[in-house]
Design a binder for this molecule. Structure first.
Ligand code: CA
Length: 240
């Protein structure tokens, strides 16, 4: 499916690389061009932001540490105006966690050093998904995306920062329900009724157990959940 889609997109997709290390930018450009993408490079934050806002791109690869305006600010500013996929790259894992925590709206993250083939694979995955979302209205409701989490409801697959994680049926249903109703606090009773049918054997403790298992898969640090918050004495809320 993706392959067919990509073939249709061939020679049409434009990518902007905002990266101050010219050798890295050139390497990324070479590999992307080999894969039939059209690539522009900007080597500073200021020119990168200006180009990102004034021209149309299908995806933006954004380095975090840049002279001038940094990647955090650029991501925020682009997101205020455009929903183009943003792939953020950083040399520090800590920064990636920070970006996720801030919820700036980046679609994916890569820690340097990464292999050019990994970059190309990520770019292609985003292109295919974006083309699908934009191209076909009937498919729009099939995906739930909040920050680094992408839930493909049709295929019942979950991706955390681009990496697929395996969920049981109930874990998937519970995560999807919460993610589709962000900022809404649900009691354990409500969640149990919603996800488990009336005849299920179990009780609300089942909800707690499932939330724990989901967190182990989606959270970087389960003691400081970035996605599913515990509202003490009430229940759970998916943070937007
Ligand atoms: Ca840099």
């Amino acid at each position: 499916m993706y392959v067919e889609k990509m073939r249709k997109e061939k020679n049409m997709s434009r990518i902007l690389i905002i990266e101050d290390e010219e050798a890295i930018a050139d390497l990324e450009k070479d590999y992307l061009e080999l894969n039939d993408f059209e690539v522009e490079i900007e080597n500073s934050g200021d020119t990168g932001l200006a180009t990102a806002l004034s021209e149309e791109f299908d995806l933006i690869i954004l380095d975090l540490m840049l002279p001038g305006i940094d990647g955090f600010e650029i991501c925020k500013r682009i997101r205020e105006e455009k929903d183009v996929p943003i792939l953020m790259v950083s040399a520090k894992k800590d920064d990636i966690d920070k970006i996720r925590g801030l919820g700036l709206g980046a679609d994916d993250y890569l820690t340097k050093p990464f292999s050019p083939s990994e970059l190309v694979a990520r770019v292609k995955a985003h292109m295919a998904r974006y083309a699908r979302l934009v191209g076909t209205h009937t498919k729009e409701n099939d995906m739930v995306e909040i920050r680094g989490i992408r839930i493909d409801k049709t295929a019942r697959r979950v991706f955390i920062d681009g990496a697929e994680k395996t969920f049981t049926t109930k874990e998937f249903d519970l995560l999807t329900f919460l993610a589709e109703n962000p900022n809404h606090v649900f009691t354990k009773e409500e969640l149990f009724r919603e996800i488990w049918d009336m005849d299920s054997i179990g009780d609300i403790a089942t909800v707690t157990v499932h939330i724990k298992k989901i967190r182990e898969k989606i959270e970087t640090d389960t003691s400081k959940p970035q996605y599913i918050e515990t509202i003490w004495g009430v229940g759970y809320r998916f943070k937007l």
